[in-house]
Design a protein. Sequence first.
Length: 570
Amino acid sequence: MLSGLLLCLWGTLAQADAGALALPANGEGVNLAPHLQLLEDPSGQLGLEQVQAMEFRDNQANSANFGFSHSAWWVRFRLSNPSGQIRHLMLRQDYPLIDWLEFWSPQSDGSWQVRNTGDRRPFASREIDHRDFIFSLDLPPYSEQTYYLRYASAGPINIGLSLSSAQALLERISLEQLAYGFYYGAFLSLVLYNLFMFLVVRDRAFFFYLLYVSCYGLYMAVHNGLSYQFLWPDSPRLANDSLLLLLGLSLLWALQFARGILTTRQLAPRLDRLSQVLQGLCVVLMLGIPQFSYGQLIQPFAGLTLVITLQLLLLGVVALLAGARPARYYLLAWTALLLGVVIYMLKTFGWLPHNMLTQNAFQLGSLIEMVLLSLALGSRVRELKRGSYLDALTGLCNRRHFDSQMNKELQVARQFGQPLSLLLLDIDHFKRFNDEHGHQAGDLVLQKVARLLQCEVRKPFTACRHGGEEFAVIMPNSTAAAARVLAERLRKELARMTEGEAPLTLSIGLASLADGPFEQPEQLFAAADDALYAAKRGGRDQLVEYQDEHAGQCEGARLGRRARSAQSSR
């Protein structure tokens, strides 16, 4: 009896050390973190009567977070009601991934009411049907009361307590629901848009992006407590294991998406193999979910997440330095996500204020990341499209693009009465050069001519490899006189570049829209081709302009020559 009296007396003295919080009369929300007293229970066995007799320490910070902790943590706070009316208040714990949470409130008869909840208990254990933990309490008039909470979790212990009136809480929850609706609606829009793009483009990078976005969106729903509330409220084990499974799948598909969109197998083979190893570790940890507890796996998952995040950034830097266009959006995406995480962590440690922006910075960063990754996919589509009209050997536009561009430029020229010229260039004695020096040397010659065209031909002109050793330059809004200047410069520059080596010369045919009534692009091409054949017959290494009299005598030879050119195209 005497020991019990001493324990109660010590608890009363300990409670008197801390001042009671007087709540504002308007019922606005109050962050309780600076007003909390904390006690660590390493054994996890202490009860309420025991902790009442122990010394708590003041928090004196804007947050109370302990990361991964095997201890149970007790929280104490005191409230004061100086008014003559009872205060009906709502206590909210805004981090929903707490395994075991108990709340003790004093009763009028001197007893304690305990409310047990947590995400290791069925969702129905919560007093209020909400993703977070919300408790109601009544503070009598002209009174001071002390309240206790006990936290225990295999995951991080983030104590995020706030107190407000029911009306203020309802208004805040309404805004949050609107924000979450926008957030997950945007996720769903990205999924549907990129699903459509995948069905159209059939590029595997879109498929891996879909898997990543879907898994990550579901992971965030679990992290926010929404999945437990709406999907599996009667299955605490599934609520916890799904977090690990979806985290592992998100990491797995994020790596696969990065490998695909950045083509790391070609750009960075060693880093690509390391990515495969990390993917294997993801699979191993996910296979261990049925055999091991959440507490045994969460820290290995957290460590692997850190390593994979660094790997994803490294892949982006390497791809950017290698000139991969999607890498720009990719790096911006991961930077946005990391910035959101940093802001959230600064809020967690009390270095930034607790508000709607800092509390949801993680989610906002992830949404920006998804949008930027979608833009990276758009850049990849443009690259694929660009690759479809580029010649793989020379990097110039190919025959397919030449046909499309010629048709467009002819229509524009005829519609607006503008000049249009076409140059056809052929490397002289190229077959003999190939026979003497080999096809590899011949490829180098084609690349050398392509580099010359890339240097000398400026927009709006278009240089193409038409086939074999034949090149073409489309010159919109240019007369034959301007085309002659360019043709002579190309011919002389190639001769100068190969002086002292195996000499290379060009035969060039020129045709312009003013040379005849050309209704179709094929007719203008045939005229330039006739002029090119005349240059060949005239001794090569020269420019010949189209003349009508060439057409009849050269028609048969031109057709045969074009057939041979098509056969030799590589």
